[in-house]
Write a protein that binds this ligand. Structure first.
Ligand code: ZN
Length: 206
């Protein structure tokens, strides 16, 4: 199994990647604040990387989680000023209604006390940033992708990227492959997306 996240860096003018072990989280800058997409796999590593980028955790005002697997949420307690959002159908993964891999293993509760649940096609405006939600279930039931400002598409583990091509994620981690494949088609049909940002395979520029 090959995972190849990108390094911690500025990707375009207002988008940064942070790498912790085998996963990326992203920061989307607006004015002098930031919106995070996911939160990394290790709180201390997220802290170190924020320092490298000269970004204060307290300037992160919102967090959009693509799903609730531990490698995407571990840094949550760092961001005490942020409002947290995730897909409505992901609730079953954090309240122990639905097991993750098999009947004996559940995702942990989120490392924050409050969060807001999002629906497919919901739109959020944060100052002058427009975020459109796309339900992209399959990897987990509540996996959500986020289109920022009509062009930057953060899709988490709804895809992998291999040789510049969008591919399905590793079968072992996909809870419902049929639904996952439908979600990939849905992502590919968002043609205005100029860059697709993944959880474990960096990003793909159209
Ligand atoms: Zn992941």
């Amino acid at each position: 199994m090959i995972m190849n996240p990108c390094h911690t860096k500025k990707i375009v003018e207002n988008i940064y990647s942070i790498k912790t072990s085998i996963v990326n989280m992203y920061l989307y800058q607006y004015a002098d604040k930031y919106i995070a997409i996911d939160c990394g796999s290790n709180l201390e590593k997220v802290k170190e990387n924020l320092l490298l980028l000269n970004i204060n955790a307290s300037d992160v005002t919102h967090i959009f989680l693509t799903h609730s697997d531990y490698d995407h949420v571990a840094g949550l307690p760092l961001f005490t000023n942020a409002r947290v959002y995730l897909g409505h159908e992901e609730l079953q993964m954090i309240d122990k209604t639905t097991p993750r891999f098999s009947a004996f293993k559940f995702n942990k509760p989120l490392g924050c006390s409050e969060f807001e649940l999002l629906l497919d096609q919901q739109e959020i405006e944060i100052e002058n940033v427009n975020i459109r939600c796309f339900a992209t279930p399959g990897h987990t039931p509540g996996s959500m992708s986020y289109l920022f400002d009509q062009k930057y598409f953060f899709v988490g583990d709804a895809v992998s990227i291999k040789n510049g091509e969008i591919k399905p994620f590793f079968k072992f981690f996909v809870m419902d492959m049929k639904t996952h494949l439908k979600s990939i088609t849905k992502i590919e049909n968002v043609r205005k997306a100029q860059i697709v940002f993944s959880g474990h395979h960096g990003y793909k520029i159209k």
